[in-house]
Design a protein around this ligand. Structure first.
Ligand code: MG
Ligand code: ZN
Length: 224
């Protein structure tokens, strides 16, 4: 057991080292980088499709679509107007790690990019431990899930800066309580910025777009 723990620690410290290199490189280029995490099916790809549709003229965005198998999400994002979209198929691994992201980034020309959006593998457990060099994590949770998820997966909610409560158009179809999920999430992390959206209907997204635009502005102000 002790040995297992120490191997895990080694893997993570190696990961953190690579993540720090990635972060330094992106920082130098003034790129805001977000790591999108959630359970499978919470709407990460739909959120990115909407974001491309709304902000493609205002921001130069690069996207990395992580999945265990298939490049379906990357295809969807390209169809949605993404100019720089790269699939990252883990081939079995249930999370992205910094080395995988580094390999993808080595093959992208990010000159002039404002925002790098990384869609992680749908999983609320280990993606919380693997730093990818992002500025912030954004966690999605949808109204078709349990409203106690922030309590069940506290590390993910603690390490995220924003929470997107998605599929609000389906409220009332189950016993999901939006006030309860917000209360649970804020009990884990009182600093969470919370958005309530429906990515299929396109509601509640302006606040998210503005938040993203503000992050870009702040990054540019910090650089100049
Ligand atoms: Mg997806
Ligand atoms: Zn994993």
């Amino acid at each position: 057991m002790a040995e297992k723990v120490s191997i895990e620690k080694k893997v993570l410290s190696k990961n953190d080292q690579i993540a720090a290199e990635i972060r330094a490189g992106l920082e130098k280029q003034g790129i805001v980088t977000l790591n999108l995490v959630s359970s499978p099916g919470s709407g990460k790809t739909s959120l990115l499709e909407r974001t491309l549709g709304a902000l493609n003229d205002k921001l130069k965005m690069a996207l990395i679509a992580g999945d265990v198998q298939t490049v379906n999400d990357a295809r969807r994002l390209t169809r949605a107007g993404g100019k720089i979209v790269r699939p990252l198929v883990t081939g079995g691994a249930c999370h992205l790690d910094a080395q995988m992201v580094k390999k993808v980034l080595e093959k992208i020309n990010l000159a002039g990019t404002d925002v790098l959006l990384i869609e992680n593998v749908g999983n609320l457990v280990c993606p919380s431990s693997y730093d990818l060099g992002e500025d912030l994590k954004v966690v999605l949770i949808s109204t078709t899930e349990g409203d106690d998820k922030p309590l069940k997966y506290p590390a993910m909610f603690r390490r995220s800066s924003a929470m997107i409560l998605n599929k609000i158009d389906l409220l009332g179809m189950s016993n999901f309580n939006p006030e309860q999920v917000k209360k649970n999430a804020l009990s884990i992390n009182p600093h969470l910025t919370i958005f309530e959206t429906s990515c299929t209907k396109g509601t509640g997204l302006d606040a998210w777009y503005n938040w993203l635009l503000e992050l870009v502005k702040a990054k540019k102000a910090g650089k100049s």
